[in-house]
Design a protein around this ligand. Structure first.
Ligand code: ADP
Length: 658
């Protein structure tokens, strides 16, 4: 029985894109198909843990790559888990991955861009259509009857055909009918080269049939001569393993090149760029495990989704257990990719068990320290050492040169996520704090560390001052900075959404307290001389009548109105009490649909400002009221907020204008 079905709309669209965007690097199809075959074997091994019968007396898992010069086909066969009819329809006709729609929307039509995005998304099976004008899949699921085989076939346009077939062998064969311009893949030497490049680390053996010259001289599939004259070779019926067939992380570090690490990374991450940093270690002691971890060069599209799958795969004694094992990495390091292979966990470990396991806890702590160490290393090598004063400059290695700017790249991509660690990982809070970088009122680039800041603090300054706002521009022009600017005190500017939340957890850096300039009363401590302090105190009493009047007019909006020495040019600004949520964070949470306790801000007034003088001389309650509200709403606008009743605000201002 056979039926024809239509691809899910997204698949049809993806197929078109795959063939149009990836033609510049067609050979990756082989990597993708071998990787699928390897996954299928991993799945079988995993299911067989509880049901050894699934091996059907054939427990030697492997992948075979064969080709047929006459039929112009290339076939990748595995004896893994296989597909039932329904699975073939579901898995090869639809894309189950979450975020497919979003992904499609991001595609721009620009081939270079799209190729990169598609690379990130992972095209998998469909990449076969880069080189094939028809793909035929034959499969039988492990444990099913021979009569329950399936043939799936498609030309990669709108539809595919599914037929029930008889198939004795378990697993899947994928046959590519090669396009006219892709027939150079009918060549053992070329295939072997591609397997070497992309799939050497696959832990299963990848087999190819040995070939020999027609006149009898035996040559292996790896011999270049074989590749030049494929017609002159005949198959021998003997098979040879053409990859290393040892999982990369199990091999000794010294035998692995950075290119091999990069290739492995690309394969597990779907990233087309090499990673920024790599670490590979065997950890011995009370818990034994191997870690091979990478920091990517680029953040994925959905990085700010904290529920997103983490990137570390768990193996137990080389058996694949699960993807994205969240328990192995804290959430704030969810961008790290790699593999952990443990000798101490049971093979049938479940996600629930992982959460409770002491070994897993030790692994997570170890991995976290490693990754922080990688970041520290990137930071250390971010800039070349300055020439020493005696004019003798150390010779700088190429390796060091290649590291320059990597931390900047890292930080631009992942800095905001790293900050979550302040609230999440108390044990490493100080290490994380040292890695953070900010813009400041005197430095536009996001390069100022707390240590840099401290080194530049003024005599008598006893706090690290910072401000949070919606954007760096808003932070920089915030009225709260005026007094600091006047006194030449640097203020760190923060505009990541996570900043205020994260900074809540960091009260001090290296003994110096952190102080938001938008919270509490300004207390510049020793930075203010006695005259200034006296003037500030006097202002409170001198302007009490007008402050009280304002307080009265604004009782619905402001919890208090007071004079301030914070302002120089602006008439007013809003602050909150120490410990309260800033108006900016409250706004953000509200936008995100969260319930926020209503905190009325304090209106601080610059008593020296002409506008305040004008208020003093204003008679008539309704006119005073209007001015008071304008003063408040403008303070709100100045920090990126929105008047509660914008129309009323406009009306009041217009009344002043005409
Ligand atoms: P991905 O591998 O990223 O899930 P693919 O498009 O490569 O996406 O494959 C889709 C699905 O088809 C896989 O998830 C798997 O269920 C199934 N599949 C692909 N190749 C094989 C295979 N060789 N054996 C068994 N199932 C396979």
């Amino acid at each position: 029985m056979s039926k024809t079905l239509a691809f899910q709309a997204e698949v049809a669209q993806l197929l078109k894109l795959v063939t149009h965007s990836l033609y510049s690097n067609p050979e990756i199809f082989l990597r993708e198909l071998i990787s699928n075959a390897s996954d299928a074997c991993d799945k079988l091994r995993f299911e067989a843990l509880n049901n050894a019968g699934l091996y059907e007396a054939d427990a030697e898992l492997k992948v075979k790559v064969t080709f047929d010069n006459t039929a112009k086909t290339l076939t990748i066969t595995d004896n893994g888990i296989g597909l039932s009819s329904q699975e073939a329809i579901d898995n090869l006709g639809t894309i189950a991955k979450s975020g497919t729609r979003d992904f499609m929307d991001k595609l721009s039509g620009d081939q270079k861009n799209d190729a990169q995005l598609i690379g990130q998304f992972g095209v998998g099976f469909y990449s076969g259509f880069i080189v094939a004008d028809r793909i035929t899949v034959e499969s039988r699921r492990a444990g099913a009857l021979a009569a329950e085989g399936v043939r799936w076939s498609s030309a990669g346009t709108g539809e595919f055909e599914v037929t029930e077939i008889e198939r004795a062998e378990r697993g899947t064969s994928i046959t590519l009918h090669l396009k006219e311009d892709a027939q150079d893949y009918l060549n053992a030497y070329k295939l072997k080269g591609i397997i070497n490049k992309y799939s050497d680390h696959i832990s299963l053996p990848i087999l190819m049939e040995k070939q020999e010259w027609k006149d009898g001289e035996l040559l292996s599939a790896t011999d270049p001569e074989g590749g030049r004259q494929p017609g002159g070779m005949v198959k021998t019926g003997e098979w040879e393993t053409v990859n290393q067939a040892a999982a990369l992380w199990t091999r000794a570090k010294k035998d692995i090149t950075q290119d091999q690490y990069d290739e492995f990374y690309k394969q597990i991450s779907y990233d087309s760029q090499a990673p920024l940093a790599t670490t590979h270690n065997r950890v011995e002691g009370s818990t034994e495990y191997t870690q091979l971890l990478f920091i990517p060069s680029k953040a994925p599209m959905d990085m700010f989704n904290r529920d997103k799958a983490a990137g570390v795969k768990l193996y137990v004694k080389r058996v694949f257990i699960m993807d994205d094992a969240q328990a192995l990495m804290p959430t704030y390091l969810r961008f790290v990719k790699g593999v952990v292979d443990s000798a101490d966990l049971p093979l049938n470990v479940s996600r629930e068990l992982l959460q409770e396991s002491r070994a897993v806890k030790a692994i997570r702590e170890g991995c976290t320290k490693r990754v922080l160490g990688m970041m520290e290393d990137l930071a250390k090598h971010n800039a070349l050492p300055a020439p020493s004063e005696d004019g003798v400059t150390d010779v700088i290695s190429d390796e060091d040169k290649a590291q320059v700017g990597r931390f900047d790249t890292f930080y631009a991509e992942f800095g905001a996520v790293l900050k979550e660690g302040l609230g999440e990982d108390f044990a490493n809070r100080d290490r994380i704090a040292k890695l953070l970088r900010f813009a400041s009122s005197t430095t536009d680039t996001i390069t100022v560390s707390f240590a840099d800041y401290k080194a530049r603090m003024k005599d008598g300054q006893d706090a690290i001052y910072y401000i949070t706002a919606d954007t760096l521009a808003a932070a920089k022009s915030s009225p709260q900075l005026e007094i600091f600017r006047k006194k030449g005190i640097e203020v760190l500017l923060m505009a990541d959404r996570v900043d205020e939340w994260a900074l809540n957890y960091l009260h001090e850096f290296d003994g110096t307290p952190l102080q938001s300039v938008a919270k509490g009363a300004v207390d510049l401590g020793k930075l203010q001389d006695d005259d200034e302090k006296k003037a500030a105190e006097q202002a409170q009493t001198q302007f009490k009548p007008i402050l009280d009047k304002l307080k009265d007019a604004l009782q619905d909006k402001a919890s208090d109105v007071r004079a301030t020495s914070r302002l120089v040019d602006s008439p007013a600004c809003l602050v909150v009490q120490d410990g309260d949520m800033s108006t900016q964070l409250a706004r953000m949470l509200k936008q995100a649909g969260q319930a926020v306790p209503e905190v009325k801000p304090i209106l601080e007034v610059n008593a020296q400002h002409p506008l305040v003088k004008k208020l003093e001389s204003t008679t008539g309650t309704s006119h005073f009221d209007d001015l008071a509200h304008i003063l408040f709403d403008q303070a709100l606008l100045a920090e990126g907020g929105m008047p509660a009743d914008p129309a009323a605000y406009v009306k009041r201002v217009n009344a002043l204008l005409v």
